[in-house]
Design a protein. Structure first.
Length: 257
């Protein structure tokens, strides 16, 4: 099994040692893991997280990728994308997780967000995602598609009225040959679902046949690495998806589940 969205101590909001991450991955018999620390491109937002020194970060994970036996250790980066920044490329990395962590002009997405109309909030978020994604082309996976659910009061799902817009996102991903992540960080807490939600995964599979899906724990502590990867694989199999994907040197590789 695999987990492509793991944070290490290079992210300001994680303290996991890479050795502990590898040890936990071995314990769960994961075959492939990817470190993807934060690199928010929009520095003006107050909650922007980014690795301090990208070269030092790269060197460090490159060392582990060359010296880790049994497990395929990948060099990733969670690139925080916005419509307000330029594109970003760095082909030293195996892949990116592309994540939209905010809306232009909205200061923070943390704590609990109370809005009058959550449908409008999601719509603005997806519009921002569409605009931001246009600028990026390197191989990777769209992170936590319905991210506002973590923060919106009442944890509402994306309403069906926005499924057409989601299909625009799926079409754009297909055009750009960028995959999608199933983020498991909330499967045991707050709203007990994946990101995208199970309903949205079904929409994605319906629209694309289950193209280029990966699984990510978004673990900010070593013990959460790969925690729900097997469960998601079972869920995907029920939807007749038989393979998930990872990227090595920017090339997509199949992994049978
Ligand atoms: Zn994220
Ligand atoms: Zn993350």
């Amino acid at each position: 099994m695999l987990d492509l969205h793991i944070h290490s101590f290079f992210s300001p909001d994680s303290s996991s040692k890479i050795e502990d991450i590898i040890q936990n991955a071995r314990h769960l018999d994961l075959k492939i893991i990817g470190i993807a620390d934060h690199y928010d491109l929009e520095e003006r937002i107050p909650y922007a997280y980014r690795v301090k020194n990208i070269d030092e970060y790269f060197k460090s994970i490159d060392f582990y990728s060359k010296n880790t036996d049994e497990i395929i250790f990948l060099k990733g980066l969670e690139v925080g994308i916005q419509s307000t920044v330029d594109g970003f490329e760095d082909d030293r990395f195996d892949y990116f997780i592309y994540s939209v962590h905010g809306l232009p002009g909205v200061e923070d997405m943390s704590g609990e967000i109370i809005v009058e109309n959550y449908e409008k909030f999601y719509e603005e978020y997806f519009d921002e995602m569409l605009k931001a994604l246009e600028k990026f082309n390197q191989a990777g996976f769209l992170g936590h598609l319905d991210y506002p659910r973590r923060y919106l009061k009442g944890k509402p799902e994306v309403p069906e009225s926005l499924y057409r817009k989601l299909n625009d996102i799926f079409t754009l991903l297909k055009e750009k040959n960028i995959g999608i992540e199933i983020n498991t960080s909330n499967m045991d807490r707050i709203f007990f679902d994946t990101l995208p939600s199970y309903k949205l995964i079904k929409e994605y599979v319906k629209a694309t046949g289950g193209k280029l899906i990966t699984i990510g724990s978004d673990a900010h502590s070593a013990e959460r690495v790969g925690k729900f990867s097997y469960k998601v694989a079972e869920m995907l199999k029920e939807l007749r998806v038989k393979t998930v994907y990872y990227c090595k040197n920017g090339e997509y590789q199949e992994f049978m589940i």
